[in-house]
Design a protein around this ligand. Structure first.
Ligand code: PSU
Ligand code: MN
Length: 305
């Protein structure tokens, strides 16, 4: 059996040779999570935030059948404007590579690629989860099962309020995924810094998070950790403001029979429109915040090896 060739950007190749900290970044947030041109500005900004925090960014995507670990700026710019890019989760990744396709990686697919490349820490906005009505639709993101089997620490701002967060937590608990709130007792709720739900676990320092990652690996436990990092208070949207908007977007999705992969992009786009861009501003602030924390965790981990 041959191993799949990985295509590293110049800066990622350099960091690998030097053994310095790397942070994986996903690309579905660019192609399906935000409109152009803000998506490109944010993608560049988040990469810059990782560099400022002393780590190297590795944005992951499949371009013309090649699995890229780190994109050159021109590739990032092309991807951000491309139309009809596939959204790749665990099920889609190999088919896209084998057929020479181009696709953006979700949290699940980014974790798979990061692990293949030996990258232990990954920053995103929000993970997929159990959707409202999952008891009927069975719509539970493959991201949750990936966290259970792929050894990558994922920094997100909690589960998005478009999801059924209690059900999402139950699935994560069943799957043995540590859900760790950073610096507070309660679970952050993506656009809002806190929720009514207590987080299963709490850690207050990036070095502790790195040690927990290391310890799981040393025990031979597969799977990653979910770090729930609250959005900065000055950027949050109170959940009371968002609840009616989310309810409206959800009922439109139901009426229009939006299914499968389309659900999350549809809801994010409608919430962006209905908040007149306010959801995007908050989304940007929280992704940047997650990139900074992920960089600190990655740096702590790289000193432990
Ligand atoms: N969070 C965002 N924007 C996004 C996503 C999450 O703020 O675009 C994407 C991520 O790539 C995540 C995916 O993995 O949505 C989940 O999709 P699904 O619910 O279809 O599994
Ligand atoms: Mn889904």
């Amino acid at each position: 059996m041959t191993t799949l060739p990985l295509h590293f950007s110049a800066e990622v190749a350099q960091a690998r040779a030097a053994g310095t900290a790397l942070v994986a970044l996903e690309s579905t947030i660019i192609t399906h999570g935000m409109p152009y041109p803000q998506n490109l500005e944010v993608a560049r900004q988040v990469e810059a935030d990782v560099r400022t925090a002393g780590a190297t960014p590795a944005t992951i995507a499949v371009i013309a059948g090649r699995l890229h670990i780190g994109l050159e700026d021109a590739q990032l710019a092309t991807l951000a404007q491309a139309k009809g890019v596939a959204k790749l989760s665990r099920a889609d990744l190999a088919v896209c590579i084998a057929s020479g396709g181009t696709g953006a990686t979700t949290v699940a697919a980014t974790m798979i690629a990061a692990e293949l490349a030996g990258i232990s820490v990954f920053a995103t906005g929000g993970i997929g989860g159990a959707h409202k009505g999952a008891e009927e639709s069975f719509d539970i993101s493959a991201d949750l099962l990936e966290l259970a089997q792929t050894r990558v620490t994922v920094v997100a701002a909690g589960a998005k309020a478009i999801l059924d967060v209690p059900k999402t937590l139950e699935v994560l608990e069943t799957q043995g995924v540590p859900v760790i709130a950073y610096g507070q007792d309660h679970l952050p709720a993506f656009w809002s810094a806190s929720s009514a739900l207590k987080a299963p676990l709490r850690l207050d320092d990036p070095a502790q998070i790195a040690r927990a990652h290391h310890t799981r690996a040393a025990m031979g436990l597969p799977g990653g950790q979910l770090i729930a990092n609250p959005i900065p208070l000055n950027a949050e949207i109170p959940s009371a403001d968002l609840a009616p908007i989310i309810a409206r977007a959800q009922s439109e999705a139901d009426t229009q029979a939006i299914r499968g992969k389309e659900v999350t992009p549809f809801l994010l786009q409608r919430i962006f429109e209905l908040t007149e861009g306010r959801s995007l501003t908050a989304n940007i602030a929280l992704v940047r915040n997650n990139a900074r924390l992920a960089s600190e965790i990655a740096r702590a981990l790289s000193t432990m090896r």
